[in-house]
Design a protein around this ligand. Sequence first.
Ligand code: BMA
Length: 294
Amino acid sequence: MLKLQRHPANPVLKPNPLNEWETLNVFNCAVVYHNDLFHLLYRAQGLDYISRIGYAVSADGVHFNRLQQPVLSPQGEWETRGVEDPRVTYLATEGRFIMAYTAYSPKGITPMFAESTNLITWKRIGPLTTGENNKDHVLFPRKVGGRYVTFHRRPPSIWIAYSDNLRDWDSFQVVMAPRPENWDCTRVGAGGVPIETEHGWLVIYHAYDDDHVYRLGACLLDLEDPTRVIRRPDEPIFEPEELWETRGDVPNVVFSCANPVVNGTVHVYYGGGDHVIGLATCPLEDLVEFVLRA
Ligand code: BMA
């Protein structure tokens, strides 16, 4: 059984009592490794429980410096209760970053996209769907069959959709559903940006069970047809163990929106207990091997 290794300096980011918007919780984050720096975009809450997205940067992936102001705050009728769970994809051929984030309001839970060329100034592109409960979306790092591809989550499963312009989405299809009587029996949702390997798209995903314990798992999807699951191990690769994962604002949660590969190592950044941010790693080779042997 494979287990991700926790970094000894965990948690790598904690709430900041000096900034009202991030005094309570900092958790689910995107991480992009670009120009030798780890750029972290994280969900933060103050005492009002409204989520905003902050920015922090690091040379070693462990010690981060943050901006004092959020880079994305709620705007408009879809976001009145917050902007949550960013996942950021770098489109290398276009030189731009695409953020998938969840807009939360009394009108519903809406998967949104925004774009940036500097990771700090974000321009909204628009929603993937409206009028339904949908989230956990993340854009693939390149087009497949000439089209943009995104995961998204229509409860309880991971779905896929395709687009030519990141605005109009079609060809919605289920990729992976929960498995009865397993750690991923209730709901499943995508993690960070899918990792392209010679064996297929390596995907880290989250799920919870009847006891509401959030764990992480991994699977491999076909490179040219990512709706086709090649391997899906029975066991998870990571679960809450530390006090700051089993307690927190929401207990028993490890939830990841980022798995950048740096120097052959998968860096899984995750929210612990919806309260702090942790880092756990694993050689890419070992993770692929584990999934292939399943
Ligand atoms: C889910 C997610 C996360 C959160 C998790 C655990 O619904 O959307 O925002 O980390 O619940 O509370």
